[in-house]
Design a protein around this ligand. Structure first.
Ligand SMILES: *Cc1c(COP(=O)(O)O)cnc(C)c1O
Length: 388
């Protein structure tokens, strides 16, 4: 009788191998207390959060939202796909808000950034499409590439010379080319030159630009719309994407695009069609936060200031490519990264090691992810600790 033992052994052997390489991942329960996090009974400053505007740590905005509801609480479940009975007015409202903010014809929301990225690329491409993606795009975009029928080439990270060469080489072969990038990259905190990509797009009639602003939405640009706003090229991006789960203190994701692109996605994108929509209550909360985004300049300015201080400190010890609030300290070996993370945690700083396969081999690192909830005094203490 097959008891499944050999399969279990196979799993255990593989886990052992991952562990030996210093790359085993485990789930640890996290209790949140403002800007602090309590893990394994240890209370630490949270330096690993994506709550970039500090809205989750603060709670004030949530109270305002909840008291604005009175007894008209939106549904806690949409009970169905948007295409069946799940298209509550809260979604229409949110999408109109997003489109207006970006000055686009339309917007469409999704259940998560992962869903968005793995869904849009296969939907908008076919065998006569060429996708040119930055080597370091997020796993969700890689999965989108894998699921698409297009030919995909990954250009070297931020290497726009190579990208230009590829475009020149293939522009007449493929009816459609899609350039895919993040704006702020999640592993190094460096930033794409979207204005330059917009120029490349303008030179040809058959290029679409797809930009994922997951780490920039809310915290960059004069109104918090992201790097595209900061670099003045929102009109040149065909699929301007962002997520609500990070700075926006909510969940879900969005694309701002043309009306025809939106209609196309509604008809073609499987992770949009075949899933229950997020709770309308959640869409109402996202709208509440989005409406107040332009007024959060103080938070954005503070985040920029503390990020600059930390980058300056890290740059003294070695290379620092970061241009944002995501600041890596590259250590190389996975065990060095885990040891250093453990040391910092013991001293009250919750920072996590990033190891392969999340980052390339031999570039294991600590990733500091700053938020507006973190004070100047906190950063001063951290810098002192790092310079010990
Ligand atoms: C976090 C992230 C996503 C995934 O978004 P979720 O809403 O968490 O699924 C997508 N792209 C990038 C670049 C991200 O950092």
């Amino acid at each position: 009788m097959n008891t499944g033992t050999s399969t279990q052994d196979h799993f255990a052997d593989e886990l052992h191998r991952i562990d030996q390489a210093g790359n085993l991942r485990t789930l640890r329960t996290a209790v949140h207390d403002g800007k602090h996090i309590i893990v394994d009974g240890r209370r630490m400053l949270n330096l690993s959060s994506n709550d970039y505007l500090g809205l989750a740590a603060d709670g004030g905005m949530l109270s305002t939202f909840l008291s604005s509801l009175d007894d008209r609480v939106p549904a806690m479940s949409s009970s169905s796909s948007r295409l069946l009975t799940g298209n509550y007015p809260e979604f229409d409202h949110l999408e109109r808000q997003l489109a207006a903010s970006y000055g686009k014809e339309a917007a469409l929301t999704f259940n998560s950034g992962y869903n968005m990225n793995m869904g849009i690329l296969p939907a908008i491409s076919d065998t006569s499409t060429l996708i040119l993606a930055d080597k370091l795009v997020h796993a969700s975009l890689i999965d989108g590439l894998r699921l698409s029928a297009a030919k995909c080439i990954r250009y070297r990270h931020l290497d726009y010379r190579q990208l230009t060469d590829l475009v020149e080489k293939y522009a007449s072969t493929y009816p459609r080319i899609i350039i895919v990038t993040e704006s702020i990259f999640s592993m190094d905190g460096d930033i794409a030159d979207l204005a330059l990509l917009a120029d490349i797009r303008k030179k040809h009639g058959n290029i679409l630009l797809y930009v994922d602003e997951a780490h920039a939405a809310g915290i960059r640009g004069a109104h918090g719309l992201g790097i595209a706003e900061e670099q003045g090229c929102m009109d040149d991006i065909d699929f301007l994407c962002g997520t609500f789960g990070k700075a926006l203190c909510s969940v879900g994701a969005y694309v701002a695009c043309s009306a025809v692109a939106r209609e196309y996605l509604i008809n073609k994108m499987r992770p949009f069609i075949f899933t229950t929509a997020l709770p309308p209550l959640n869409a109402a909360w996202t709208s509440h936060v989005w409406e107040r985004l332009p007024d959060m300049d103080d938070r954005r300015r503070h985040l920029a200031a503390i990020s600059e201080k930390l980058r300056t400190c890290i740059a003294r010890t070695g290379e620092c490519r970061s241009q944002s609030h995501i600041v890596p300290l590259i250590l190389g070996a996975s065990t060095d990264a885990t040891d250093k993370a453990e040391e910092l945690q013991a001293n009250g700083f919750y920072v996590l090691p990033l190891r392969p396969p999340t980052v390339p081999a031999r570039t294991s690192r600590l990733r500091f992810s700053l938020t507006a909830a973190i004070g100047d005094e906190d950063v001063a203490k951290l810098i002192k600790e790092l310079e010990k």
